[in-house]
Design a protein around this ligand. Sequence first.
Ligand code: ARG
Length: 572
Amino acid sequence: MTDFKMEIALILARHIEGLTAEEIESMIEIPADSKMGDYAFPCFRLAKALKKAPPIIAQELAEQLAGMEIFSQVGSVNAYVNMFLNKEVLSKSVLTTAAEMKERYGSTNVGLNRKVIVEFSSPNIAKPFHIGHIRSTVIGNAIYKLYHFLGYDTVRINHLGDYGTQFGKMIVAYRKWGNKEDVEKEPIKSLLSYYVKFHEESEAHPELEDEARAVFTLLENGSQEEYALWKWFREVSLMEFKRVYDMLGIDFDSYAGESFYSDKMGKVIDILKEKNLLVSSEGAQIIDLDAYNMPPALIMKQDGSTLYITRDIAAAVYRKETYDFYKNIYVVASQQNLHFQQWIKVIELMGYDWSKQCIHIPFGLVSLEEGTMSTRKGRVVYLEEVLRRAVDQTRDIIIEKNVNAEDIDLISRQVGIGAVIFQELSNGRIKDYTFSWDKILNFEGETGPYVQYTHARASSVLRNASLDTEKAELMAQDVDYSFITGESAFALTKLIYRLPEVIIEAAERYEPSILTRHIVDIAQAFNRFYHDEHILVSDPKEKKAKLLLVYAAKQSIKNGLSLLGMQAPEKM
Ligand code: ARG
């Protein structure tokens, strides 16, 4: 596909002395009002060298550019050269590319031969997988997909919280009040209830805490019985998590969680000692970060046990050695900002220049309309229940709307779960937001169902025309593009044209909402075109051109949704 901005920069460079095409490209603007052209070039910077007033320069440039095939019109307003692209030239370039690339349309290979780790989701085992976990899970998956689409060699890691002193408590609690059948039936709910009881009981019986510490030490030292229990807790928890990942269509390449690093900490401590970074403080080993305006990093407790931060340091060192990453991305809530600043600083102090390649991608809080959650008090909204409810409500809406879906169960799943994902990715990630049932399942707003419905509508047009979209490239032969130069057709084409750059921007800024926004724009532009123009007209040439545009719009929406982790049903 032609890069029109670059193309124009090259043309301008031939007429402007002293500026490179790259410099010119960076100066070219896209006017907010399309009446001012598809591209505009400001001439202020040229005035000094040319010893002329900017409006004169703009006017002269416009005269020189007029008449070129790439433009339909070139003019000047004040100091700006306003350029209108030849609509047929642009349409041909965009639509033949979409028809050739199909499910790869929008991709580029900027990431070739570079390894990117995306760590996301990372729940704590034996604890509820609740609505608060949706953000890391869904944002992380979209970031992974964006990087993957751009040709990066990606690794998805789920850094499970499966280690730490709380497992001593969990084992003691299970032995005192637990029951095997209950854990097998409802693992997390049962384990959580024992854990809550442990906290209640230990208020009156503080010796329970000592018992838990002793049990954790046994676990750390590899004692068979404790290890078997811990392993079982991990397995049953993971089974529950995987049910949710299946519903969301999410996979991981590695479940190397905190426990994976339990035998890799000694090495890190040795390096820290060697580099004189560790200081003793009341028997514990810490790293002083005062010079960087941060509290000290507690690396090892008095009893020799390590901490969450120690495991993160060990994990980063291990990942660098194992994967030699270009980027090591962590999608973790902004509550952990300080934690990430601390350990990434420690990596830097260890002398590793790759500390800059460890990137924390924070996000804000999600709250519920019903009020806040509290795990301790048992006020938890399980993610699995949210997804189920979204599917059930969608089924009701579909039945009520009397949509003739062939497979209501399948469509309800794709639309219901898609709606939850889409709402999540509509918001800029750093902002806090409130989860709203009314908003997400609305078929008319800027929602997942609206976009999916638009996709199904485009699919149905193509079906009615009996087009074999598998052979889309044939559709792009002998097309008379003059039939799709109307305002709404061209507005749609321009949005399709921008998809590849939007995808790059969303990846570079780790911000899937940029893509979500663009998919909504494409869907709205498609619906305007669908409303303004009759597509299945009798003139075969006109019909052919319009159907090619419908195809490209449908494929762009589908590819965009897929990058967000959503399905695009053909019918709904
Ligand atoms: N398990 C942690 C939690 O639920 C999140 C882990 C984040 N990742 C990391 N490398 N520290 O809060």
